[in-house]
Design a protein around this ligand. Structure first.
Ligand code: NAD
Length: 498
């Protein structure tokens, strides 16, 4: 049977699919088969302007500004319910876009309602204060008001979950949104928006523009009527966005890259630790910002851990992401596969010892699939490129350390600071080391956990701001201070204290 023709999608503006101003289209292919199965617009500045104007209109006119917090909360809950009903479909779309395991994408789709429920709860929490004053006959209170129009720019690795991290607090706060998904994974976001619109979102509250970083992403971040940019992606793009945002002082939250240390002490439960190392770097084919890509192992257990990690890497079942037996799917795009293979060569050239993998993987029946074998490099030193630069693929670099101080020094010797793991059965050491690590998340005797109720974000060049957790809404609000005279009014214009 021949493949059906690629489906053509439009932009999603004012709750409907619309044709772009120009003719530029982008192919969406399935990285497991190579098949082009959808085409989406490469939005121009004109298209982006149309979407931003729609979001601005919805922010200041129509029904949305009149929505009370309770109304926004109900809407978020309805969106969560609709996502749960469409979890299978949304998982399938994401797998066809990025080649990650169906199991993982389905798990994320099932989890998304929990995020929307959490933000529905936060929407109804008090955000303001009554502030004690140095003056009498005065009341001062603060309110937090929605920031305005938010540009939500997302990467390809977890397209919808990372959108939910932005959309949930943005809608809870009363903002409107223009989402720009990665060019690798645009369809799932378009379909999600269509589903959300069906839940009763007023037109313009959520618009989606598809396209490349240039022109579409840049047109959005440079647009004068965007108030905030909520971005997840690479550090290089984050830096570019921060400098553009600086020109008009847009608010930014940036969730960027990592080179996270996963540190194994001699006193660790080694079986559990090795499971955590495997999960940390081979889960999601290593295509996760929190990947434990620098594995630091103490002298006394170094050889044992390297051997076991290499054995486990060789045993991983790389295969069709839709097959429940597969443990690792594809790399998301050809460009990303080339990047991964490039770093394998760089690591070899720099003198790292290849202990497992190190080449593309062949999967029967999927000759065009973008598969790579889980790879372990041992005897890596922290000055090598493979220890310093983010690969975003299933490449583990194993480094040796002798003492606790040595481990902390190596772990912190990086421009990133997203996450870290500590494996030890010594409770004092666990907390001591955690306190010394410069990272936004530390996992003690576990790895790669995140949740709606706890903040996630980076130190150093891993980002600015936090997503999730009790303060998430603050990132989507402005604070206003209101002074009220409860006395006799202004008596002396030149003495404000009188
Ligand atoms: P990327 O930076 O290439 O692209 C991310 C998004 O930005 C895409 O939608 C892209 O089209 C857009 N973009 C690119 N250039 C732009 C520009 N000049 N202006 C505006 N938008 C632009 O990242 P990617 O390859 O899609 O994703 C992988 C990266 O994302 C990795 O570095 C990873 O660590 C990071 N990431 C971080 C987190 C986190 O929470 N910290 C989570 C997932 C992924």
């Amino acid at each position: 049977m021949s493949n059906p023709l690629p489906r053509h999608y439009g932009l999603f503006i004012d709750n409907e699919f619309v044709e772009p101003a120009g003719d530029d289209l982008l192919d969406v292919d399935n990285p497991a088969t190579g098949e082009v199965w959808a085409r989406v617009p490469d939005a121009s500045a004109e298209d982006v302007d149309r979407a931003v104007r729609s979001a601005r209109r919805a922010f200041s006119e129509g029904d949305w500004p009149g929505y009370r917090a309770a109304d926004r909360a109900k809407l978020l809950i309805r969106i969560g319910e609709a996502v749960a009903e469409h979890a299978e479909e949304l998982a399938d779309l994401q797998v066809r876009e990025n080649g990650k395991l169906h199991r993982e994408m389905y798990g994320q789709a099932k989890l998304m309602p929990e995020y929307f429920n959490y933000y529905a709860g936060l929407a109804q929490q008090p955000l303001g204060h009554t502030n004690p004053l140095h003056l009498s006959d005065m009341i001062n209170y603060t309110v937090r008001e929605p920031l305005g129009v938010v540009a939500a720019i997302t990467p390809w690795n977890s397209p919808l979950l990372l959108l939910a991290w932005k959309l949930g607090p943005a809608l809870a706060a009363g903002c409107t949104v223009v989402a720009k998904p990665s060019e690798v994974t645009p369809v799932s976001t378009l379909r999600f928006a269509e589903i959300a619109a069906g839940c009763g979102l007023p037109p313009g509250v959520l618009n989606v523009v598809t396209g490349l970083g240039q022109p579409s992403g840049a047109a959005l971040t440079g647009h004068p009527d965007v108030d905030k940019i909520a971005f997840t992606g690479s550090t290089a793009t984050g830096q570019a966005i921060a400098s553009v945002a600086g020109r008009t002082l847009k608010r930014v939250s940036l969730e960027l890259g990592g080179k996270s240390p996963n540190i194994v002490f001699e006193d660790a439960d080694l079986d559990s630790a090795v499971n955590g190392l495997v999960a940390g770097i081979f889960g999601a084919s290593g295509q996760t910002c929190m990947a434990g890509s620098r594995i630091l192992v103490q002298d006394g257990v170094y050889d044992r851990v390297v051997d076991e990690l290499a054995r486990r890497a060789e045993a991983i079942v790389v295969g069709d992401p839709t097959d429940a037996a597969s443990q690792m799917g594809t790399i998301a795009s050809r460009a990303q596969l080339e990047k991964v293979l490039h770093y394998i060569q760089v690591a070899k050239d720099d003198g790292a010892r290849l202990a497992a993998g190190g080449e593309p993987a062949t999967v029967p029946g999927l000759p065009n699939g973008l598969f790579v074998r889980p790879t372990v490099f041992a005897d890596v030193t922290n000055d090598m490129k493979i220890a310093r630069e983010e690969v975003f693929g299933p490449i583990a670099s194993v480094l040796r350390f002798d003492s606790e101080d040595d481990a902390v020094r190596i772990a912190n010797d990086t421009e990133f600071g997203l996450a870290a793991g500590v494996w030890t059965q010594n409770v004092q050491r666990a907390h001591r080391v955690s306190g010394r690590l410069r990272a936004g998340t530390v996992w003690i005797n576990n790895y790669r956990k995140s949740g709606y109720s706890t903040p996630f974000g980076g130190y150093k060049q891993s980002g600015i701001g936090r997503e999730n957790g009790p303060d998430a809404l603050r990132e989507y609000t402005e604070e206003k201070s209101v002074w009220v005279d409860t006395g006799q009014g202004v008596k002396d214009p030149f003495n404000p204290r009188a």
